[in-house]
Design a protein around this ligand. Structure first.
Ligand code: KG4
Ligand code: ZN
Length: 313
């Protein structure tokens, strides 16, 4: 539940990590079914925690895409069904825009222009958020997304799903300089993580069974390579065209080393806004924040509208 400001009144997250963990990754059919089972109780709880009655709600916000079609369909259909039943307008927004506008929940005074890095399980996008509100993607991944690189690296290291948090935890007390993994270099501001992932795979194969200490050192070194690659790109983009604010968002922005290194390296270039960890991983509040922006820009969507699994910002 989000009020103008933007102000977060409640943010209920029903994680599916435990559901997918036995399979080592997200199983689309299970994800969609779990969405269907939990969406109504989650909406009721969000109303409850915020202490809001339906009469006080002006509009509904929902993710139109990008993402798994089965999951998106659950959301867009229930949002439009509630909108129809309660005669409320519906705003369909981009999941990626949600990760960007989550920064406004952290700092309601935040306005463009800004340079932003959005890193999640499906995307690694470097964007310029223009003064007029327009969004220009200036860098994207050529292969795996940053979160995917964390998840695949974790699997190589024998760590549980989701891999990002597992690597983050293990790396805390380990040596990030134990192994000098290659720093990925794609053209322009693009990212590429397949090289560092392959380097980790060969290193692990070469070593045979890993001791706990070595596993942790490899996790820390691998994490360091990804973090360094991400921040190097942000620095280059900033040097090409400075901005008063730099934003980090998306599930990978929870990463402790990324947050710390970003403070060191980017915090002295511009004002750095990294949303609180719970606003970085997928959540409903960021979709509410995005809907407020879209509402001001273009108003509600004409219904009926469809999910769009390959929607951009
Ligand atoms: O934005 P998000 O919650 O979902 C997508 O839109 O994909 O991002 C999920 C991704 C996963 O790949 C997960 O491993 C990664 O974010 N992640 C992390 C951390 N927490 C979540 N990666 C590194 N360190 C973390 N602490
Ligand atoms: Zn996400």
């Amino acid at each position: 539940m989000v009020a103008t400001g933007p102000r977060c009144l409640s943010n209920i997250v029903r994680s599916q990590d435990a559901l997918h963990a036995p399979y080592g990754g997200v199983v689309p059919e299970l994800a969609a079914r779990a969405h269907l089972q939990t969406i109504v109780p989650v909406i009721e709880r969000a109303l409850d925690v915020a202490g809001t009655r339906w009469e006080e709600i002006d509009a509904l916000a929902v993710t139109r895409g990008p993402g798994l079609i089965g999951c998106l369909l659950v959301g867009v259909n229930i949002a439009q069904a509630i909108g129809w039943a309660r005669t409320r307008p519906v705003v369909g927004v981009s999941h990626l825009a949600g990760h960007l506008y989550a920064a406004q929940l952290e700092d309601p005074a935040l306005r463009p222009p800004a340079l932003a890095l959005i890193v999640s399980g499906g995307h690694s996008d470097l964007i310029r958020w223009r003064a007029d509100g327009g969004i220009e993607v200036i860098g994207r991944t050529r292969d795996d997304a940053a979160g995917e690189a964390f998840d695949k690296g974790a699997r190589i290291l024998g760590l549980p799903f989701p891999g990002g948090p597992a690597i983050d935890r293990l790396a805390v007390a380990a040596d990030p300089r134990a192994v000098a993994f290659p720093r990925p270099r794609a053209p322009g501001f693009d990212f590429s993580f397949s090289g560092v992932k392959t380097a980790l795979l060969y290193d692990v194969r070469k070593r045979g069974p890993l001791s706990e200490g070595t596993r942790a050192d490899l996790a820390a070194s691998y994490q360091e390579a990804i973090v360094d690659a991400l921040l190097t790109r942000v620095e280059s983009a900033f040097n090409e065209e400075p901005a008063p604010t730099i934003i980090l968002g998306g599930g990978v922005a929870r990463n402790r080393r990324l947050r710390e290194a970003a403070q060191d390296r980017l915090g002295r270039l511009a004002r750095l806004v990294i949303p609180a960890p719970e606003l970085c991983t997928d959540n409903a509040a960021m979709i509410g924040a995005a809907a407020l922006v879209e509402w001001d820009r273009r108003g509600p969507d004409p219904v009926p509208f469809d999910a769009d699994p390959s929607l951009g910002f």
